[in-house]
Structures are given as C-alpha cells and as structure tokens.
Design a protein around this ligand. Structure first.
Ligand SMILES: Cc1ncc(COP(=O)(O)O)c(C=O)c1O
Length: 453
C-alpha cells in the first residue's frame, strides 16, 4: 500500500494555535478575539447561525488556486486548458466560479453534467470521464454538445460512434491510456498503473489498437490522449516519468498509423497539505514539470507541441474548505486515548475510514489557545471505524465547543452519504466578510423524497 501523505510520527501536543495552522487552512484564515475567521467571517458565529455539521468554503482560495493553474501552465505554453475536476467538489456555485475563471470542467457522470448544464456552464469547455458511461449518459453528452469525451473502452467507442452518427455528428474524443506508472500515493487513488480499471494499457498493445479503431470510426474525431496517474501525489517525478512514456507512445502512434496527436491531457493529481509536516509541490513547479516536460519530449521526438490540458481537483478546493462540528461528548479512556465525539462523521467525511487520511483539527472558539493535548475526533455513526481525525493535537475540548477540521474542501461533500439517515450538512461560501449558503442543509423530507408507498 502506498502512503497517502508524509509518514507521521506518533502525535504529541504541539502547542500550536490556529495561527500556526495556516499551511492547512484557507488563505484568508485568521484568528481574531480567540475565534477562527475564514473569508472575513467568524466560524463560531457561522456555526451558531447555520448549525453544525457545516462545510465552509472560501471563495478567495478557490479562485486563487484556479488562477495559479492558469498562470503557471500558460506561462510555459499558450495552449493549456485548466480543467477543474468536478468530482472533488461540485455545486452550481462552484460551476459558475470555474466558468468565470475561464477554466474547463471535468464531469464524470450524467449527474455532474446536469449540474454543469443547470449552472449554464459552456458545454464546449466540458471534458467527460468515466470507465463505464451508460448509453443514456453518452446521449446526454452528445445532445448537450460537450467539448470532449474521454473514451475508456472499446465498447464505449463503438457505441459512441454509432450514437454520434445517428445525430449526424462527429464527437471529439480523447483516448485514456495507462502509462504503467505506479504513482507515489495510496493504492486506492493510483490509477495510472498497468493493472487499472481505467483506460487502455500501453504494454499489451491495447492503447495502439484503440487508436487505430478510433481513427476508423466515422462518428469520432480523435483529438488526442488522456492519462491520470493518481491523486494526492507529492513527487513530481511520477508525472515526469509518465509524460516521458506517453510522448514516446505518441511517436509510436505516428510511426504506426501516421496520426499525430493534437491534444494531450495529463490529468490531475497534485497533492495538498493535510497535515503540518506535508510539503506538497507548488502549482508553479507542477506547471513547469508538466508543460516543459511535454515540450521537451515532443521536441526530442520531432513531434509538434500538442494542445495541453491539466485536470486538478483536490489542489483547487481541498485547502479552501473546513468542516465545523459541535463537540457533544468527550470520552477519556485512561492510558489509551481521548475520543471527542462530534455531530457528523463518515457520512460527511469518508476519507479517514476509506484510506486512512490524516487531518489537522482545532477548536474554532479557542483558536488562540495552544493545542495542548492529543485526541481522536470520532463521528456519530454506528461504526467503530467512524473516525474523522486519528490522534491529533487539539486544544482542550469541552462539550459545546466548535471543532474545525481543516482541508476538507475536496472529496468530502462530494463523497458524502446519508448513512444512518443522517442529513447532509449545508455548504456555506464565505468571501469578504459575507457568508452565503450555496447548498442548504438536507431535511428529513429530503431523506424520504424517493420513497414510494
Ligand atoms: C480523470 C481524472 N482527472 C482528474 C482527477 C482529479 O484528481 P485530483 O483531485 O487528485 O487533482 C481525477 C481524480 O480522481 C480523475 O480521475
């Protein structure tokens, strides 16, 4: 099993206050009068008015990250699409921000496409993913006029071509290939290795066969290739290696078929700081490695520079978000650990149970106090594995405190569930001292809206 983040020594009280947690908090976070503020809004007050559990997203951080990607990719090459991976966090408000920043959007289901459509997102800027798109989803994509569909199997290719022809269209596609690189990250979020449910492997000739077939099919306009080697990747050399392999393959494709790849999408995957010891690469360094890497290798092979795309998800939204909970119970098991139970859990953040993710936490109403103990933040679900933060430094908690878990903007709300018939929390976007609810809290009626009889 790979490692999700930097290996962690056993937790000890670290005496850090909210101010010392800047690396894992939204860029607007500050401590005022002992409270944690995000986007100029008092999170303790927010918890009081909106209730908990509550997701809080900082608009300034999201826009800043999108702009960083645009800046540091286009700095090296003019033709780069920054494609936000909607799976990390998707809402109508988020789609609109992505559109306003001039970026593209990656959707991986009919549902995500429906959000983009409802938000008025420009369809030519949509990239569609999925290893098993249904006929209905493909039809929805064709009818909506999406820019690119990333094809993942031979079956899909045949179906898509036929459906496009029926509509008198040629759909622009990319073919997803797996470069055989095991990225330096947790095995559950590695996707670029040869043994993957995604894409066409290169070694067995599958990817070459896929290209030849795509070139024959009348309903398809093959624009190029796509790869995504995994997520939460710290080591940029994993990307460099994958680029070297895929550009070499582009050369083989030209030799064998005469076809020259016009577009190359290198996927997402840049890691972020969940814990204070984490030192992810910067977007600036990532942009250089990806864009210069592609340019350098295509030049070596005498290929033209393709239009490029990168698909960041986590690194756009993870550090923009925090989750607020109310402490309901504190259970000290002598010589073992202290559990702090909160009013949420694996239904709003599955990442800790799913792949042993690590988070930093603080008490939002004691943000100026040092984290002088170590505690485990437990959820309220009927599972022992329902832990949100394993053994981490924390200010001394009391019942009624507002506990803030940092860096929860990615893959928390989007992976949330109604386990135990828990209603999903609201999402509040904060900016310049204003807070607006962008997703309201679910109600019991919402839980029952699909019940029949
Ligand atoms: C195809 C594809 N692109 C982009 C992403 C986004 O990755 P990340 O959130 O690590 O940037 C994913 C995530 O799994 C993905 O599957």
């Amino acid at each position: 099993m790979g490692r999700p983040t930097t290996p962690r020594p056993p937790a000890v009280p670290d005496m850090k206050t909210g101010t010392d947690l800047a690396a894992v908090l939204p860029m607007t976070a500050e401590v005022k009068d002992g409270h944690l503020f995000v986007g100029g809004v008092d999170t303790v007050e927010l918890a009081r008015t909106q209730g908990t559990a509550l997701y809080v997203m900082d608009e300034a951080t999201i826009r800043h990250q999108l702009r960083e990607y645009v800046r540091w990719t286009r700095y090296h090459w003019k033709d780069v699409d920054v494609v936000y991976a909607g799976k990390a966090f998707m809402s109508l408000a988020m789609c609109r921000i992505v559109a306003e920043e001039g970026c593209c959007l990656d959707v991986s289901s009919g549902g995500e496409l429906a959000f983009a459509l409802r938000a008025g997102f420009p369809m030519e800027r949509i990239y569609v993913h999925g290893n098993n798109k249904t006929d209905q989803e493909l039809a929805e994509c064709l009818d909506a006029g999406v820019g690119r569909i990333v094809v993942d199997s031979f079956e899909e290719m045949e179906r898509l071509s036929a459906m496009a022809e029926e509509r008198g269209k040629r759909q622009r596609i990319l073919i997803r290939v797996t470069p055989g690189i095991a990225a330096d990250t947790h095995s559950y979020i590695q996707t670029g290795a040869e043994d993957s449910k995604f894409g066409f492997g290169m070694n067995e000739g599958l990817a070459m066969r896929a290209i030849k077939r795509a070139l024959e099919l009348p309903g398809l306009d093959l624009a190029g290739l796509h790869m995504h080697i995994g997520s939460q990747i710290f080591a940029l050399h994993s990307f460099s290696k994958a680029i070297e392999v895929i550009v070499h393959f582009m050369d083989e494709v030209r030799t064998e078929t005469g076809y020259v790849v016009r577009e190359l999408d290198t996927g997402g995957g840049l890691g972020i700081a969940y814990g204070l010891p984490d030192e992810p690469s910067t977007v600036k360094d990532y942009g250089k490695v990806i864009v210069d890497g592609i340019k350098e290798h295509v030049e070596e092979h005498g290929l033209p520079v393709p239009r490029m795309a990168v698909e960041p998800g986590r690194s756009i939204v993870a550090n923009a978000g925090v989750t607020l909970y109310t402490v309901g119970a504190i259970k000290e098991i002598p010589n073992i650990r202290t559990y702090v139970a909160v009013d949420g859990g694996m239904s709003d953040n599955i990442r800790t149970s799913l792949y042993d993710a690590h988070y930093e936490a603080l008490i939002a109403n004691k943000a100026d106090q040092p984290r002088e103990m170590v505690a485990t933040v437990a959820g309220k679900h009927c599972e022992s594995g329902d832990i949100i933060v394993n053994d981490a430094p924390l200010q001394c908690p009391e019942v009624g405190d507002i506990l803030c878990v940092c860096a929860t903007g990615a893959y928390c709300q989007s992976m949330s569930s109604n386990y135990n018939k828990q209603v999903r929390p609201a999402v509040v976007m904060v900016n310049d001292g204003e807070a607006r609810v962008i997703v309201r809290r679910e109600t019991y009626d919402d839980l029952m809206k699909c019940e029949v009889g």
